[in-house]
Write a protein that binds this ligand. Structure first.
Ligand code: ZN
Length: 344
């Protein structure tokens, strides 16, 4: 009775095969595999002549049943695939006013916007809030509350544009620190990306309009080790490899102690080259522990709360990642420059 088993198997195979079809044109060849002239079921029917009358009766009956069942599968599959085709046609003909036209002039995001979105994702994954602040700031938020007193020499380095009512275009994203300290209840973690402005002589590495991300963590017993860990995680994610960092003392009125964080030069691997001015290290971001006076301005008791803050220059980050040598490209609206990033 092996033939009975074989017929059963043929039917099972046919069921699987027909279910997997996705085009109507595949139906006939599949049908022939089973019940065509050279089909597997036809092959069995051809052997019936050599069987006893009894066997012929049983196996012949089974083979007929299966042949009819396979013909049923053919009809069923044809119906299924025709309906699918109609559905696809309907969907393709729906008019979508918002669908972008496939054109070479299709827009893309600016490389700085892209890196900003990436950085936001990285920090959000570490539990940071993303905050925003005004580009036109008060002197208090931009300088005074950040420990730059009125005649502080560090103001000189951050000359900016003033409005008639004595407000100014913010020189850094740090004023959002002051706003966050007043708004959020510690412990908290926040970043604030944004555009900043300085009265600068413009050259290949200086712009009057550039972009930063400010970051701050406030809690109890926050240390430089915490700061280094967060910075390292950030850099590993941005550059997608281990990054060697070092801290050098740096002066910023709103942190104490303050540091410059350098990363080992990617171009030469630390051996020294023109990009790193033959030092093996590239200056990347200023950071430090938040100055007690800044915490006080934010209404926090510096004996209870501590924290770290950092400022990351987005323009420089993009320049290092893609090997761009001139910062002026970013605001140039030069399509030949911008188009290179629209597909990245
Ligand atoms: Zn180098």
């Amino acid at each position: 009775m092996n033939l009975l088993q074989e017929i059963e198997n043929i039917y099972k195979q046919a069921q699987i095969k027909f279910q997997s079809l996705i085009r109507e044109s595949e139906i006939d060849p599949t049908k022939n595999e089973f019940i065509g002239k050279k089909g597997s079921l036809t092959h069995i029917l051809k052997q019936l002549g050599s069987l006893s009358v009894e066997e012929k009766k049983i196996i012949g009956k089974k083979a007929n049943e299966v042949q009819q069942a396979i013909e049923g599968l053919v009809i069923e599959t044809r119906k299924r695939l025709q309906e699918k085709e109609i559905q696809a046609q309907i969907e393709s003909e729906i008019f979508d006013a918002l669908r972008p036209t496939p054109s070479k002039l299709q827009g893309g995001l600016h490389p700085i916007t892209k890196i900003q979105m990436e950085i936001e994702d990285i920090f959000v994954s570490m539990g940071f809030h993303v905050m925003d602040g005004p580009e036109i700031e008060t002197d208090y938020h931009n300088f005074e509350a950040l420990n730059f007193s009125e005649d502080h020499p560090a103001r000189e380095m951050q000359d900016t544009f003033y409005t008639d009512d004595k407000n100014l275009l913010r020189t850094h994203t740090s004023p959002i620190q002051v706003r966050a300290l007043k708004l959020l209840t510690p412990p908290f973690k926040m970043i604030a990306p944004g555009r900043v402005f300085r009265y600068e002589e413009i050259d290949a590495s200086h712009e009057n309009t550039f972009n930063q991300v400010e970051g701050m963590v406030v809690g109890e017993d926050i240390s430089i080790a915490n700061m280094l860990y967060v910075m390292q995680q950030l850099l590993i994610k941005i550059f997608d490899k281990e990054v060697n960092v070092r801290l050098r003392p740096g002066y910023f009125p709103f942190v104490e102690p303050g540091f410059e964080l350098d990363i080992q030069c990617f171009v030469c691997g630390g051996k020294g080259c023109s990009v790193c001015k033959h030092s093996g290290w590239v200056e990347l971001l200023p950071c430090g522990l938040i100055h007690p006076n800044v915490l006080k301005h934010g209404g926090l008791n510096p004996n209870q709360w501590t924290g770290f803050a950092f400022g990351l220059g987005l323009d420089r980050l993009v320049m290092m990642r893609y090997g761009i040598h001139d910062i002026r490209y970013f605001n140039s609206s030069n399509l030949r420059f911008l188009e290179q990033f629209s597909q990245i």
